[in-house]
Design a protein around this ligand. Sequence first.
Ligand code: PGA
Length: 246
Amino acid sequence: MAKVIVHADKATAAQAVAATIRDLIVAKAQAKQTAVLGLATGSTPLPLYAELVRLHREAGLSFRNVVTFNLDEYEGLAGDHAQSYRYFMEQNLFRFIDIPRENTHVPAGISADAAVTCADYEAAIRSAGGIDLQVLGIGRTGHIGFNEPPSSLDSRTRRVHLDEVTRRDNSVFFGELSLVPHGALTMGVGTIMDCRQVELLAFGAGKADIIRKTLRTQPSAACPASWLQDHPRCTFHLDPEANARL
Ligand code: PGA
């Protein structure tokens, strides 16, 4: 059963998750191992990334021995497109820390063969030894990554169609709905379930209904995040507004 922590606010939640990530990175460095992080985009993880940057600048936290895999990318967007998730990661985290760029992975939004790109992504995660800790947000459709309903428990990294709710929610970043891609490449639910630890963040009243559905209904493809109920080490970090309907 997933654990739920209700924090005073999103800044406090971000500090808690950043501290968990710091402890993992430090423990792995002491063991002369690499920490493999799964990262997410969207507005939710922004305070977390700001806190990781602060820990790097003010507390000497180094990311030299960290490898990252992002959950997803819009289909058709190059890494230098202002709305691509590669660009998001550069702007909000990577350029402020000492992570070697070759250690960072985001699915390629443009490639000759999306199926090959997705299979290669799964292989890269495997050859890194799997993901130690995955950061997640949650969409109002119940998506994790871009696993829209229905997404099965055994789904792997693949090309998907975006739900219209998701396209509308994300159109604020693009300026208008018609500019939001219809497709994406995303790690699957199975890929996420394989991560050794999952830290999901959800903030604000707009997430209260989907948090309730995610944690209070039988796990099913109709609410992909609900599969996390069966993850052996998953914590939901909520603010009071996102917790309001639990
Ligand atoms: P948000 O998106 O952080 O912008 O609310 C979350 C998600 O869609 O996973």
